[in-house]
Write a protein that binds this ligand. Structure first.
Ligand code: NAP
Length: 309
């Protein structure tokens, strides 16, 4: 039997869409993805989500959103969309656990995932000193040296957070100027445990006995290479949208972000809606994701109503 609405992904966008769709009696089936709760599960304190003047822990916020959706009847399955067929209707969703689901309407809120540097040693050493999540792994580096690569808000935030554990944190950035907002830069600059290596390109992750021992970099101004000793390497260089499973069936920009209609969440496929970071390379905030999740549910509801009458 075909579902009225399937929602793919469970960040703030997917959960908000689930809440609205469930309250509209669409009985949404929500395929959670392999990181239920999305990127906020990897953060600590969220200070800018309205309604929480004292801040809220990212995982707590996501858990309450899920509970709210469940309360209204959204059904969650812990599985991940592996591919879709949008050339037929009802749409077909195939999952990594080899299940197949059909849906009249589809909301894509699969978010974005951490990018890697793509240098020798990096992927092999994930979990052995290389990480993309300070909140998850910082605890393992008590009293150790850590390098954070990146110059954006995430890198500043992760580096600042990691000073709770590390003996020192070095931020390595490929340019002289940081991309991060002033407030985040200032917070990092004022932290005595944070050191800076700017205008340097990471070349390779060094290791011994399957543990990270250093990061080899090239100083861009002199072309000299150097290996910085470290026990931990946190890669914090942004994210890429999770759209590979769509195999080009929905229009995206050249990076892979879904192109939604400017004022709505409509995509190039009738009956398919997109919300959250998967369609947003500009704002990428929990609150904007939640807002577009609401829009997607309303768009899907109206679309289904128009179709069935
Ligand atoms: P971002 O703003 O895209 O910054 C990515 C950083 O990584 C840039 O400095 C970039 O260098 C560097 N980088 C990218 N690819 C690289 C590579 N291959 N090798 C070396 N360096 C590389 O990503 P983000 O920091 O994850 O932030 C994403 C969005 O979330 C932003 O809008 C940000 O404001 C927001 N955010 C907000 C908060 C907060 O307010 N609490 C916290 C985290 C994130 P270049 O500068 O040279 O391009």
């Amino acid at each position: 039997m075909s579902e009225q609405l399937i929602i793919l992904g469970t960040g703030p966008a997917g959960y908000t869409a689930s809440i609205y769709a469930a309250r509209a009696n669409l009985h949404p089936l929500v395929i959670e993805g392999d990181e239920p709760g999305g990127q906020l599960m990897l953060t600590t304190e969220v200070e800018n989500f309205p309604g929480f003047p004292s801040g809220v822990m990212g995982p707590d916020l996501m858990e309450t959103m899920k509970k709210q959706a469940e309360k209204f009847g959204a059904k969650f399955v812990f599985d991940k969309a592996a591919s879709v067929d949008l050339s037929r209707h009802p749409f077909l969703v195939r999952t990594e656990n080899n299940n197949e689901y059909e849906a009249e309407a589809l909301i894509i809120s699969t978010g974005a995932s951490a990018k890697l540097l793509d240098i020798p040693g990096e992927s092999e050493l994930i979990g052995h000193g290389v990480s993309t999540c300070a909140t998850c792994d910082g605890f393992f580096f008590k009293g150790k040296r850590i390098i954070v690569v990146g110059g954006g808000d995430s890198a500043m935030e992760e580096a600042t957070f990691l000073t709770r554990y590390a003996s020192e944190v070095t931020i390595v950035h490929r340019r002289e100027n940081l991309r991060a907002s002033k407030v985040m830069q200032d917070r990092a600059h004022n932290n005595p445990k944070i050191k800076w290596v700017l205008n340097a390109t990471p070349l390779a992750v060094e290791s011994e006995n399957n543990r990270v021992t250093g990061l080899t970099i090239r100083h861009n101004d002199t072309d000299k290479t150097e290996t910085l000793a470290t026990e931990g390497l946190f890669v914090s260089i942004g994210h890429r949208p999770n759209t590979a499973f769509l195999a080009g069936q929905v229009n995206t920009d050249k990076v892979g972000y879904i192109i939604a209609d400017r004022a709505t969440t409509l995509t190039s496929v009738d009956g398919v809606f997109a919300c959250g970071d998967v369609a947003d390379s500009r704002y990428r905030q929990a609150i904007t994701a939640a807002g577009t999740g609401c829009q997607a549910a309303i768009d899907a509801e109206r679309w289904l109503e128009a179709r069935n009458h």
